[in-house]
Write a protein that binds this ligand. Sequence first.
Ligand SMILES: Nc1ncnc2c1ncn2[C@@H]1O[C@H](COP(=O)(O)OP(=O)(O)O)[C@@H](O)[C@H]1O
Ligand SMILES: [Mg+2]
Length: 380
Amino acid sequence: MEKKDKIKMESKLKESEVRYRRLFESAHDGILILDSETGQITDVNPFLIKLLGYSKAEFLNKKLWEVGAFRNMKAAKDVFRILQKDGYVRYEDLPLETKNGESVAVEFVSNSYLAGGTLVIQCNIRDITVRKRIEQINESKRLLEEEKLKVESIADATHELRTPIAIIKGNVDLAMKNGKGKYLKSPEKALKAINYEIKHLSGILADLSLITSKAWELKNRLFYEKVKLKSLVRTIVSRCKALSYEKNISITSKKIPDVEILGDKRYLEKMLINLVKNSIVYGCKNGHTVIDAKQSKGFITINVTDDGIGIKEEDLPHVFERFYRADKYQKYGGNSIGLGLAIVKWVAEVHGGEVSVTSVKNKKERGSIFSVKLPIKTSK
Ligand SMILES: Nc1ncnc2c1ncn2[C@@H]1O[C@H](COP(=O)(O)OP(=O)(O)O)[C@@H](O)[C@H]1O
Ligand SMILES: [Mg+2]
């Protein structure tokens, strides 16, 4: 190499070193450089010195875990080992201790690279205290919202329980006074009405107890057997027809493959009935509900499609939550407390499956598709 080129190269090298140094000195992240052979700290930038409160001398020529800040960090000893093996290590949230005993949360990313023929380890340490505090505030906000929703939900549920009781009470009163006034009900009519309300009431209570029991208790209650999908769907269609007359909604099933599911028949039935019931409750007059199913590798996806009122985009992520109701103040089916879909989700998951929904609600289009994906029993 000519002398001229050599000088040029050296000056370029110098320039890039200066540039690196400037970055190193002014970075808003902590940077540590370790000797990969000895694991000793060879350099530390001002940001880290300030962040942790140790002097430069307290860092230099020490191993990571010999510096107070890292002493309690269980990971400190692993870092070096992992780095030597993989050349990379990352901890998203590590607690470090400053010299005066305060705790700082950091993100710790470490790489090793070759510099001038020797292996160097660089650790980048980012202070995430502020980020974490924001995350905590957001989490608290979310919990508060959830708590508020729960309290509101309990109030709603109580209200839903009080309605049938009030109707029962009214009917009892009317039947007892029967004969004394001409608009009073016959005892038979009153009993019929009472019977209807009691059935409704026990339905709500059953749902409430199902959804508030501990998951493991429920799991033990399941009775697994081979359930034929075709006959399951047939039962559901015929049971739900009685509900659909009033609105003149047609319920049809199509393309149901001849497969078996290993599961609890009562719960699988309850799951699909809840979906079909919703398609009627939230369906429009003269509407259509279609149940179909599609088989894929080891799974069956059952879809319940309706052309009903649809669900707004902002409600969609929440409809499977307990007590969630999209249009709380608008009554469609009367007796809703927002547990149906939470039960659907639970039944699907306990059978190794999952639920999903797509829905539209705009000026042009409306309707929903609820899908349940379940594993199929293969003949083994
Ligand atoms: N097929 C559907 N079409 C439109 N909205 C629906 C449908 N199914 C469920 N929803 C919405 O999701 C909410 C939760 O449903 P669900 O858990 O069954 O509770 P509930 O029917 O008791 O209100 C309902 O209140 C309703 O707003
Ligand atoms: Mg429902």
